[in-house]
Design a protein around this ligand. Structure first.
Ligand code: CU1
Ligand code: CU1
Length: 324
């Protein structure tokens, strides 16, 4: 059984092995396939065989398949990394642990992912293995998105001033339905997926404490630079971020199996939902169906920190009967 660890539990040797494998995949041209897969799934109707109609739905975002699609995406990358070194599993970045001091996260060490971009250098990352100046991590320019210069870019805290904390996460973990019609990204659509993806803002729920985008989305926006584009896997932090998103889903699934065993498979829609988002739909461009990625144990991995730790966070705070 593969065990995916918290980034804080990794030894420097484990970090070095992981970084080396990322660089090797990049050198072989394989890493860019992931950027293309992600980009492609975000812009429908660029191939002739795709329906060119307004109801066509993104197969990986703004809908129920958000979590299963990214679970499969991580599995694919993990296999590629393990073809270079069999000891590798993707580590997860629990950003709630860094919410108090995001810039001080151990991730941004020059021996791990490197740090913030430099404003005077088009916000390009200047230190660590992925720095533009090292030349080992080519990232193209995206002039249409406002990035006319090549190189990996980050803009910590510029577009969102904080990372989500454990209270923000608890709002998602308290949801007992996976997703609800119309299965979209409206701030009023209820369910675990829409919460965790980050679309339920203060507009849709007054219990949300910070203005602007939430949870998964907010992490992309806080890191900034390449992480806010459709090509966000250009930044390797993408996978460490999504690994935590996947862990949150797995923990939620575990707690739902205990609390609501009759509601299996804890997924919706089973059928008749948007194309690509039903339980038996295939996760394109791969071959597994959503149904096939529901149970991480059967996929051969687990997470280092047990779900019970997350459950402690889920317990609602005491509310006096004299309060609203
Ligand atoms: Cu994505
Ligand atoms: Cu994402």
């Amino acid at each position: 059984m593969k065990v995916r660890k918290n980034v804080r539990s990794l030894s420097q040797t484990e970090i070095d092995t992981l970084v080396k494998a990322f660089l090797e995949l990049k050198k072989r041209g394989r890493y860019d396939t992931y950027v293309h897969w992600h980009h492609h799934v975000m812009i429908p109707s660029i191939w002739s065989w795709e329906p060119n109609d307004p109801d066509y739905r993104n197969g990986a975002h703004r809908g129920p398949s958000f979590l299963p699609w990214h679970r499969e995406f991580l599995l694919q990358l993990e296999e590629d990394l393990r073809s270079i070194d069999t000891s590798i599993t993707i580590p997860y970045w629990n950003w709630t642990e860094d919410a108090a001091a995001p810039v001080n996260s151990p991730l941004w060490s020059d021996k791990f992912l490197g740090g913030n971009g430099v404003e005077g250098d088009h916000w390009r990352v200047a230190d660590g293995p992925f720095a533009y100046s090292k030349g080992n991590w080519p990232v193209p320019a995206y002039p249409d998105d406002g990035y006319p210069e090549p190189g990996l870019k980050r803009q910590f805290g510029v577009n969102a001033n904080s990372l989500p904390n454990s209270d923000d996460l608890a709002l998602a973990l308290r949801e007992s339905l996976y997703d609800t019609p119309p299965y979209n990204s409206s701030p009023f659509t209820l369910g675990f997926r829409n919460r965790l993806e980050g679309w339920v803002t203060q507009r849709g729920d007054s219990r949300v404490r910070t203005p602007g985008t939430q949870l998964h989305n907010r992490v992309h926006v806080w890191v900034g630079g390449n992480m806010i584009l459709m090509t966000s896997p250009d930044d390797p932090v993408f996978f460490l971020h999504h690994c935590f998103v996947d862990k949150i889903w797995a923990d939620w699934q575990t707690s739902m199996l205990q609390d609501k065993p009759n509601w299996v498979p804890h997924y919706a829609p089973l059928r008749d939902g948007p194309i690509g988002h039903n339980l038996d739909d295939v996760l394109k461009p791969w071959s597994r169906r959503i149904r096939d990625v529901m149970d991480i144990t059967s996929l051969g991995y687990q997470y280092e920190q047990p779900a019970q730790i997350m459950k402690a966070v889920v317990r609602p705070p005491f509310r006096s009967p004299f309060m609203e």
